[in-house]
Ligand binder design. Sequence first.
Ligand code: HEC
Length: 223
Amino acid sequence: MSNLFGNKIAAALLASALGFIGINKIASSAMKVDTPASPAYSLAVEETTGHDKPVEQAFPSDLWIASMDVTKGAKVFKKCTSCHNAEDGGKNGTGPALWNIVGRAQGGTSGFSYSTNMTALGGTWGYEELDTFLKKPSAYVPKTKMAFIGLKKEKDRAALIEFLRLRADAPLAPLTQAAPMPGAQEHAQEMPTLETPSEEHAPKAPTEEHAPAEHAPVKDGGH
Ligand code: HEC
């Protein structure tokens, strides 16, 4: 008898415990409803940006401009060569040929069968478009045929895009900081336009050309 009574109590306790768990489950699943579907992925992307500033500045950032290094870009491009050729007259491979890519129409290589979404872009591959695409191809062109995870490091993208800029019949002008921050004016003269060590940019560095005009000899009234 007492044994049976004990069982009844145990059963009652168990039942209420289960009920409690049940309520908790319902409560927590209700709370999950407004959580984004795939938070883990974007989190991983953030983490792997390393020590780069997590908050991106307006394009192009100072870091981007400072990272336009052709030599490094050539190394980064090795990640692309299994699918892409960037030589003059290079042929399409798994991916379209990339000679003249900077400034070219998106999805514009003849004889390459692009994905529907790539063809639908209809824009031009400017610096910012390339940067956004190469950061995460599948985000810029959903269902893209380009099976490449992306270049998470801004420095790598800047170097690579500078390398691609020069892989052209008539390279576009290098990217420079578009809009200086207010107050930057006073430092303008100390700042070279580009900080890359590359010789390509050397002739573009500011010169003393303006100096003679300001110090133009003032003739002491002639005779
Ligand atoms: C696994 C093969 C593969 C790799 C690796 C790859 N790509 Fe691609 N890429 C493609 C394919 C395929 C397309 C066409 C995508 C589409 O149609 O959706 C493409 C498209 C592109 C385009 C657009 C070209 C156009 O004509 O509009 C650019 C730019 C590009 N890739 C650059 C790169 C760069 C730079 C890298 C290296 C960081 C790279 N890709 C790595 C396969 C690849």
